[in-house]
Design a protein around this ligand. Structure first.
Ligand SMILES: [Zn+2]
Length: 102
């Protein structure tokens, strides 16, 4: 799907969501609409808090054999990986948080 179509679809979706909240508030009670609006405002902050506080997770999956056996050959050098399962070696591949995974 191209970018313009996706952007248009998202704009229409969010206008429909906002209209739905207003419709719910008018149809039933303002309290439900208020709770939905507060949830919509707080959700991005909750997302940022969860992403900030969740521990970092390294990807140890080997690109050749697929087993989670990658390790860094030299702890002082951030580049380079070795797979203990199949012997795959790439001196220039970078994987974040490999040292923290062992
Ligand atoms: Zn491997």
């Amino acid at each position: 799907m191209n970018l313009f179509l996706r952007g248009t679809l998202m704009a229409v979706t969010w206008i429909a969501v906002a209209g739905g909240v207003v419709w719910v508030a008018l149809r039933w009670t303002n309290a439900i609409g208020g709770v939905l609006c507060a949830g919509a405002v707080l959700l991005p902050f909750v997302y940022v808090m969860v992403c900030t506080l969740y521990p970092a997770w390294g990807d140890t999956k080997c690109p050749r054999c697929g087993k989670p056996a990658l390790r860094r050959p030299d702890p002082k050098n951030p580049l380079g990986v070795i797979c203990d399962a199949c012997g795959y070696e790439d001196p220039e591949l970078y994987r974040a948080y490999l040292d923290e995974m062992q």
